[in-house]
Design a protein around this ligand. Structure first.
Ligand code: THU
Length: 136
């Protein structure tokens, strides 16, 4: 699993990302901090848009930021919000995460100190993955 120091660093990074969120329409700020297999921490926040469907979630922002840095392998993601209960990634984000990290640890944290941990394989069973595209 993840040691306490790394978990603390991830949570700090996720909350810093959350504070950078652009969420004027929902008022729901989200920060995501990915732990890469090489130990790097890469963050994203939700970025909304006046054309609502054009907005993007924190988790997908973090994946895009990682990929452009050449990072494609991850151990964990911490998702930080100000919600009352820890929130799981949305369906689209689960699909984007599973592309790169089928065994990802998903740790959701709230500003109030609530925590929940899931495996991505439990959150998205029987996923569509790159190998699903194989055909004769
Ligand atoms: N949001 C995320 O950033 N991640 C999720 O997994 C769920 C939802 C954002 C999208 C939108 O900006 C706001 O939270 C409310 O849905």
């Amino acid at each position: 699993m993840i040691d306490a120091a790394t978990q603390g660093a991830l949570e700090q990074a996720a909350f810093a990302a959350m504070r950078a969120a652009y969420a004027p329409y929902s008022g729901f700020r989200v920060g995501a901090a990915l732990l890469a297999e090489d130990g790097r921490i890469i963050t994203g926040c939700n970025v909304e848009n006046s054309a609502y469907p054009a907005g993007i979630c924190a988790e997908r922002g973090a994946i895009a930021a990682a990929v452009v840095q050449g990072v494609q392998r991850f151990r964990a993601v911490v998702i930080a919000t100000e919600a009352e209960e820890p929130t799981s990634p949305c369906g689209i984000c689960r699909q984007v995460l599973v592309e790169f990290a089928p065994n990802l640890h998903v740790i959701s944290v709230t500003a109030g100190g609530e925590r929940a941990t899931h495996s991505l394989s439990a959150l998205l069973p029987a996923p569509f993955t790159p190998s699903s595209l194989r055909h004769s």
